[in-house]
Design a protein around this ligand. Structure first.
Ligand SMILES: [Zn+2]
Length: 379
């Protein structure tokens, strides 16, 4: 590609990204998600790709399955995973409009991950003819990744089982645009304490303080953090009590945990489920749920990485690998099924989930070409 063609490509990608970012689509707004899905659908239907929608009900948007399969082609292919929801509430654009400053293009959800999806989709559009890729390509866009992919998980896993590789459009790691080969697993711990209410002044001795019991459990949970082994347990919220002059009968904490592999997840589960109530009169309920299992860097991941590094070279840049990250994504689901998975292949930039979220415009064209080479040549 000569420099004029690269500039033209950059301009058109930039315009498409701005269109997508200016349609806000937070995970909890079904109407906005459906509008976002409709915008993507319109843009896909202007080309030769196929699009199928999987309805997930009225509480979210649909899954969009965009592919270049010839009719009847059931071969396992390349699964490209993305999401079109963002963490930013409606109205964020008013304070934080889509704008360019130097090489940085800012806007809510631009880096995580609307620009990443635009890159993959743009490449796939050029490969709409089934004979232009060695494997069929299935681009699957979900509406609920930022809230844990609860509605779309089973579909993601179904698609992954029919794939040879999974490539994920999550943002490239800030600083050098590194890709991701390993992610910690993540989940939640909920502990609920059931005390006994009493008048705090008249019958204090009859009360059993649920908040006090939960305070003990907070300390016990936080102690399970082990930085050396890569385990964190972080109590994020506590709710409890009614008013200051009542001994609280109920209290609940919710904690986030991250673990580097399945064995440590099991060990943590045992430790958490083994927690004992400190006050014998205040029973506790302990709930441990692993949402996303850890994404391990396997031998097959390393092979896929090496091939993709060659495609990046063709596109004009070095693809480096990030160290294991504590952030989970839908890549965790596909990797846990044993499918070689590479993540962090989306846009280069910084500031995911913040007001200074941005992408680097000068990297768009080469990163889009990188997608083109991966999708066309992987076999
Ligand atoms: Zn994301």
């Amino acid at each position: 590609m000569n420099s004029d063609a690269m500039q033209e490509l950059t301009d058109s990608l930039r315009q498409q990204i701005i269109r997508w970012v200016e349609l806000e689509s937070p995970s909890h707004e079904p109407t906005a998600l459906q509008q976002m899905a409709a915008l993507i659908e319109t843009e896909v239907q202007s080309g030769a790709l196929q699009l199928e929608k999987i309805d997930l009900g009225t509480k979210t948007g649909p899954i969009l399955h965009i592919h270049n399969r010839a009719s009847g082609d059931k071969r396992p292919g390349i699964l490209v995973l993305g999401h079109y929801d963002t963490v930013h509430p409606i109205g964020t654009l008013t304070q934080n409009p889509c704008r360019q400053e130097g090489d940085k293009l800012y806007g809510p959800g631009i880096y995580d991950m609307k620009a990443g999806v635009v890159l993959a989709l743009s490449a796939l559009k050029e490969l709409a003819d089934p004979s232009s890729t060695r494997l069929p390509v299935d681009l699957v866009l979900v509406p609920d990744e930022e809230t844990g992919s609860h509605e779309s998980r089973s579909h993601i896993e179904q698609f992954a089982k029919q794939s040879v590789y999974t490539l994920v459009c999550e943002p490239a790691r800030a600083e050098e645009g590194r890709c991701v080969t390993a992610r910690k697993g993540t989940g939640h711990i909920v502990i609920t304490a059931h005390g006994r209410p009493a008048h705090a002044g008249i019958q204090h001795e009859k009360g059993r303080n649920a908040i006090e019991e939960i305070a003990h459990q907070v300390l016990a949970l936080e102690k399970l953090t082990d930085y050396e082994r890569g385990i964190t347990v972080s109590v994020g919220t506590i709710k409890g009590g009614t008013t200051s002059n009542v001994v609280p009968a109920w209290c609940q904490l919710v904690a986030d945990f991250r673990i580097p592999d399945a064995a440590m997840a099991e060990r943590l589960r045992e430790q958490v489920q083994g927690l004992q109530q400190v006050n014998p009169d205040i029973p506790i309920e302990v709930n441990f749920s692993l949402n996303r299992p850890a994404m391990d860097r396997t031998e097959k991941t390393a092979t896929l990485l090496a091939r993709c590094q060659e495609f990046a070279q063709q596109a004009g840049f070095d693809l480096k690998e990030a160290p294991m990250t504590g952030g989970a994504s839908d890549a965790n689901f596909t990797a846990a099924l044993g499918i070689p998975t590479l993540d962090g292949l989306g846009a280069d930039g910084n500031g995911a989930h913040t007001q200074h979220e941005h992408i680097l415009v000068s990297t768009l064209a080469e990163r889009r070409q990188f997608w083109l080479y991966m999708l066309a040549q992987l076999d």
